[in-house]
Ligand binder design. Structure first.
Ligand code: ADP
Ligand code: ZN
Ligand code: ZN
Length: 814
């Protein structure tokens, strides 16, 4: 009998690839374990076993695997099912999902390390090349594949490596063991001759003359009475002793050290009782639970500061008490800081956090803890990628601020939406999903109206504090009457003054980072452009540089216009940095902080600013949309939106919906704990329907109006969208390709194929970009549509001239 495995390779391959295994390997290998294999010309990959069977592949000769890398599966069956769905729904390769799903340390390949196996080796058995490697490994503990290529001075070294593995001379070393060193904590205990209480008198008698050591032993007994494991450091501290004294006790074989692996992210402190829910919160919670009996997903629409988070905690507790895992998805890590402390107060050591700013080690720890259903991974808090953790017993998924667009991954593939993918995942586990938002996405609210989701509303703020009063300030008028100081209207200044006098804090929102978006020549009107992208460079005064926000290109600020040589360079538009500087002029005594992409780098970037603001070390916080996301500051009484218009005029069918959500969310930061807050929105267009709806808190009205427009112009939720993007460095090539493609799609989809069009930034990193949108009516089969698209793609890529054109598909690209 022959045995084969189909594996997923971490590359955009359309199919699974088959390898041969021995009978012994077959008895050991399981679906979800990793193996090292060769693919293509001399490349080693970490691949994942997807299937084990007895059928040789038809089109090629199956190769042997190099090595099995796991002792047990590290990916569960539910995960594999979920990956299948993602790859099918979002039209991407399984390998791309594999790559996105695993912490990168699980996938190391390029620098694969070879080391000597222990054991007796008969050198006569080795060929010349094999011996060279063997010899090199005598001098050097390990070699990378690249080094072997150098030593042997030939490209194709894999057959030789393979032969050496077969001869049991070398082994492929898994870097993960190298890089992932669990942190060990040193503990101390009585060694076996002394470890019963009745020995204590003898022991103390023996140590009569060693006062310090005697003291340590007495303290040890004290500690051991309260905890099962005594930390060496704790003993040393409480006994007011030195490590030398501890060591001498260990030398005398009275005490001994031992080690326990601890996880890096460690929550200290004791947990507290959940907060008692108010009557309306209690009703909401009970309604959610009742609906969960018949529906998988519930949308909780609760106004800002109504206590949605408190309701979540009660549901979480009930799920954890049933022994099930909970996933709490957040749109962005900016939020986690506050939420971690809120949740750890209740759930302490049951909580793990998972996101991309955590180190590889931390991520692997969370992965393993989730897989093993460790206690501390019962509740996972994370951004969208935590969806890929190896849950085996998921009971509940909470998607907080479900309307946020950062749940969607745009690049690279898989271009999935975490909310939608989470609902599918929950299905495999028979878990429940709670979507929460003050401003639900049009799609989710529509789904709730259609009965697809359950729906629960919470319309009262905690303590019945009124929603903030929203005032629209017409800055066209203010400019005309000369009542503007920089970008501040007299009204906004007045309100800031008042808040500061009352020792209250202020948040100012400006949807742009940097000092000013661009500089412009007063003489000829030209703005410096990025040489690699079709976009003006952004002006950053702090670093005195111009920067491209698309590719990161920077240059120092020119003194003369590149085009005409004029010295009259002006700044145009304004960003967070400029607001910060204007504030310092207007309120010199006030401490101003800024929270945007530039000031929140690094793992603790947000944490610092957020906690400074919380501690009231900052009076006014200026920031971008990061500020809109669920932060809870008790002392903020005023929120100012510097300019609403640049939100509303965004060329996107969701611009109005998004502006509504953003403004209501930013406004929701005001007046959360004591009294009604105030919001000032500066705009050139106070009669805009969205601004009217924001100021009167009319979500329903906004929803109806937007839904009408979506219906009329064929947008979601009535039509699905699939976006195809072509990229190439040659302008003519991409144009030809886009035209060919649009024509082919028009033949199939008629007027539902739109384009090609050039996006507002038509070139990024020297790649020219063209888009084609395909609209899919509700009645049209999504599956058939996708099949058509893939067929066209295949023909497209069969054309020689187009083969090098990048072809991306984005399903639900919004
Ligand atoms: P949301 O998530 O709806 O914006 P939060 O859950 O953040 O609202 O609640 C707003 C504030 O009110 C928080 O500081 C929260 O601790 C407090 N709060 C809400 N409900 C309760 C409650 N039942 N008991 C005590 N504090 C509450
Ligand atoms: Zn000029
Ligand atoms: Zn650029």
């Amino acid at each position: 009998m022959n045995y084969f495995i189909d594996v997923i390779l971490p590359i955009p391959l359309q199919k699974l690839f088959t390898y041969k295994i021995t009978e012994a390997e077959a008895s050991f290998l399981k679906k979800g374990m990793r193996v090292a294999v060769e693919f293509g010309k001399s490349k080693i990959y970490t691949a994942l076993v997807y299937r084990i069977h007895n059928n040789p592949p038809v089109a090629y000769e199956a190769k042997d695997i190099y090595q099995i890398l796991d002792e047990k599966p590290i990916v569960t069956n539910e995960q594999l099912k979920h990956w299948d769905w993602i790859s099918e729904y979002y039209l991407c390769a399984l390998g791309e999902v594999f790559r996105a799903a695993m912490p990168s340390a699980f996938l190391l390949e390029s620098e694969t390390i070879i080391s000597l196996k222990t054991g007796v080796i008969n050198e006569d058995d080795l060929s010349n090349d094999e011996f060279l490697i063997f010899e090199a490994l005598q001098h050097q503990q390990q070699l990378t594949v690249n080094q072997i290529i150098q030593i042997l001075d030939k490209k194709n070294v894999f057959p030789i490596i393979k032969e050496l593995i077969t001869k049991k001379v070398i082994e492929i070393k898994e870097q993960i063991y190298e890089q992932y060193k669990p942190k060990l904590v040193k503990y101390i205990r009585l060694s076996s001759p002394w470890n019963t209480p009745d020995k204590l008198p003898v022991l103390l008698e023996n140590l009569k003359r060693a006062k310090k050591q005697r003291e340590v032993i007495l303290n040890y007994f004290q500690l051991a009475a309260t905890t099962s494991n005594v930390k060496a450091s704790a003993l040393q501290k409480i006994a007011n002793s030195s490590s030398a004294v501890l060591n001498s006790l260990v030398e005398k074989n009275i005490l001994e050290f031992y080690f326990i692996q601890t996880d890096r992210i460690h929550f200290l402190g004791k947990t507290i009782q959940l907060k008692k829910l108010t009557a309306p919160q209690e009703v909401a919670l009970n309604t959610i639970k009742t609906i969960f009996k018949s529906k998988q997903t519930v949308l909780l629409k609760g106004i800002t500061s109504s206590g949605k988070t408190e309701i979540y905690t009660h549901l979480i507790k009930e799920t954890l008490d049933k022994g099930k895992q909970v996933l709490y998805l957040l749109p962005e890590i900016a939020l986690t800081t506050q939420l971690i402390s809120r949740l750890e107060a209740f759930f302490g050591n049951q909580l793990s956090v998972f996101h991309s700013r955590y180190s590889m080690n931390e991520r692997i720890e969370v992965w393993n803890n989730t897989l093993l259903q460790k206690k501390k991974a019962q509740l996972i808090l994370g951004a969208r990628s935590s969806l890929f953790l190896p849950f085996s017993n998921l009971g509940l998924i909470i998607i907080d601020e479900e309307h946020e667009t950062s749940f969607k991954q745009f690049d690279p593939s898989p271009r999935y939406h975490a909310r939608d993918a989470a609902i599918v995942l929950a299905n495999y586990h028979q878990a429940k999903v709670l979507l929460g938002s003050a401003t639900p996405s049009i799609e989710s609210y529509y789904n709730a109206q259609q009965g697809k989701y359950g729906f629960v509303e919470l319309n009262e703020r905690y303590k019945n504090i009124l929603l903030p009063e929203i005032e629209l300030v017409d800055i066209k008028e203010k400019h005309r009457k000369k009542r503007m100081t920089g970008h501040f209207s007299d009204r906004l200044i007045e309100c800031i003054k008042e808040a500061l006098e009352h020792k209250e804090q202020v948040i100012l929102f400006q949807n742009r980072r940097g000092y000013a978006p661009v500089i412009e020549c007063e003489t000829c009107g030209v703005s410096p452009q990025c040489p690699h992208c079709d976009v003006s460079l952004t002006f950053h005064s702090y670093r005195k540089e111009l920067k491209c926000h698309y590719c990161g290109y920077t240059k120092t600020i020119p003194t003369n216009c590149d085009a005409c040589g004029s010295e009259k360079l002006n700044t145009k538009g304004f960003g967070t940095e400029q607001i910060e500087m204007e504030l310092q002029h207007l309120f010199p005594e006030t401490k101003v902080g800024r929270m945007d992409f530039d000031t929140t780098r690094g793992k603790y970037g947000y944490q610092k600013i957020i906690s400074m603001f919380q501690q009231q070390e900052i009076d006014i916080l200026v920031g971008t949309q990061m500020l809109s996301k669920g932060l809870d500051f008790a002392n903020v009484s005023l929120v100012g939106i510097m300019n609403a218009d640049n939100l509303l005029n965004f060329p996107d069918f969701r611009a109005h919906e998004k502006s509504y959500q953003l403004m209501v969310q930013v406004a929701g930061r005001a007046g959360r704990s004591h009294k009604q807050g105030k919001v000032i929105i500066q705009t050139f267009n106070p009669y805009h329907q969205i601004l009217q709806q924001v100021s009167t808190n009319s979500y329903e009205k906004m929803f109806k109006e937007q839904l009408d427009e979506r219906w009329q112009y064929h947008y979601p939720p009535f039509y699905r969208l699939i976006k195809i993007t072509l990229k190439h460095k040659d302008y003519k090539r991409v144009d030809e390709a886009a035209n060919w493609l649009a024509k082919s799609f028009t033949l199939i989809f008629k007027s539902n194929a739109l384009g090609p069009s050039t996006p507002s930034v038509g070139r990024i990193r020297n790649y020219f970009i063209r888009n084609i949108i395909i609209k899919v009516p509700q009645k049209q089969s999504l599956k058939a549509t996708k099949k058509h698209i893939l067929n066209v793609k295949n023909s497209f890529q069969a054309i020689k001239e187009f083969r090098a054109v990048r072809f991306n598909i984005d399903v639900d690209n919004y």
